[in-house]
Design a protein around this ligand. Structure first.
Ligand SMILES: Nc1nc2c(ncn2[C@@H]2O[C@H](COP(=O)(O)OP(=O)(O)OP(=O)(O)O)[C@@H](O)[C@H]2O)c(=O)[nH]1
Ligand SMILES: [Zn+2]
Length: 349
């Protein structure tokens, strides 16, 4: 049993799709009668999981971790195997006995010096970074850190710039043009309280059929967007309390079903990511156009600039890649050391 625990304990090993996709059958414990589910929210050691009933119907059940999982954390988005009472009846509690290999992870560490891994969302396809163009003032440092978390966690980033009725998106569009990042601009319709439907539709199209995590600072319009995307009726069937606006909720992520398929995972309490575990080479691996040049870097090169003999500078000078790509890579690299958001310091969200 502990072999299985150890094997599944190191999430780093499994971030990228690996060829060795499943543990060998003989190392599996019992529980062949288990049911598969997806974790939709985590709250004080209780996990709400969606399980399939027949081919079409799904229901939500509450589960706890089984001891055999060891210290390994269960995160929203995890695909899990569940045993015990899966009727979903009030006051029943099932047990999570296995966590499937993750194809992506979004991590949080308490701060940049905290090397303990805290996975907040597993298996998401995209990270949607919601930033207001004004009120509050956009912070590129935050966006950059989100991008590092997405790239190195195997999620595709998407930037949503809200409140274009208040400020021009051009400067931010320019700042991110070299990252080939999908950017959607939304605004409030003139003389109306509602958000312009065109922008909302673009977001909807981007999210369709995928699992997308939304992150953003307080006041950027994230809840406004989620309300547009997920009708109240669907939210209610999630049977989850403490969703969304609650400032003191202990829920840090929650998966909400989209009407046309796919999931949006809201992260009400998440305002920044610790990036202590990310190395320069981890990030560089996600820049396919720059990566080949590093065979000529000096040993141990951190790729931070030309004065250390980094081969990326001559490579770009010779036309090997766009200069903006190297500049963007280095800006993201530097953002790892950026201050964690002041809002985190006093614990408020
Ligand atoms: N002018 C303008 N205001 C907007 C827009 N989108 C949202 N707002 C307003 O911005 C304020 C904050 O929006 P919320 O959706 O509550 O923001 P949030 O990111 O969920 O913030 P928290 O709830 O604090 O986490 C509200 O007053 C919204 O009405 C927009 O496109 N333009
Ligand atoms: Zn280098």
């Amino acid at each position: 049993m502990s072999t299985l625990g150890d094997r599944w304990d190191n999430d780093d090993v499994h971030v990228r799709p690996s060829r060795r996709s499943r543990p060998r059958t003989k190392t599996r414990p019992a529980h062949d009668d288990s049911t598969s589910g997806m974790v939709i929210t985590v709250d004080r050691g209780r996990y709400q999981c969606l399980v399939a009933e027949g081919t079409k119907k799904v229901r939500t059940i509450t589960a706890m971790r089984a001891r055999e999982l060891g210290r390994r954390a269960v995160a929203v988005g995890d695909r899990v195997d569940i045993v015990g009472d899966i009727s979903g009846a009030p006051d029943t509690l099932a047990r999570i006995v296995r966590i499937a290999e993750r194809r992506s992870v979004l991590r949080r560490s308490a701060d940049d010096t905290d090397l303990a891994e805290r996975v907040i969302v597993a298996n998401a396809d995209q990270l949607v970074i919601v930033t207001a163009l004004a009120d509050p003032t956009p912070r590129t440092g935050f966006i950059d850190r989100c991008l590092v978390a997405a790239y190195t966690g195997n999620l595709d980033p998407v930037l949503v710039l809200t409140k274009a009725d208040l400020a021009d998106p051009a400067p931010l569009l320019a700042a991110y043009q070299d990252l080939d990042l999908p950017i959607i601009v939304t605004r409030r319709s003139p003389n109306e309280r509602a958000i312009d439907p065109d922008g909302v539709q673009q977001v909807r199209d981007r999210l369709d059929g995928l699992v997308s995590v939304l992150v953003g600072h307080s006041g950027v319009g994230k809840s406004t967007l989620v309300n547009e995307l997920v009708p109240d009726a669907l939210r209610a069937t999630g049977t989850v309390t403490g969703v969304g606006k609650g400032r003191h909720t202990s829920v840090s992520a929650i998966a909400l079903a989209l009407p046309d398929g796919g999931w949006v995972i809201d992260t009400p309490g998440v305002r920044s990511f610790g990036l202590a575990h990310v190395t320069a080479d981890d990030l560089l691996e996600t820049f396919d156009d720059l990566l080949p040049a590093t065979v000529d870097c000096p040993p141990g090169c951190d790729h931070s600039g030309p004065d250390i003999g980094c081969a990326l500078d001559p490579f770009v000078a010779a036309g090997g890649a766009r200069p903006g790509r190297l500049a963007s890579f280095r800006r993201l690299l530097a953002s790892r050391a950026g201050a964690t958001e002041p809002e985190d310091a006093d614990g408020s969200v």
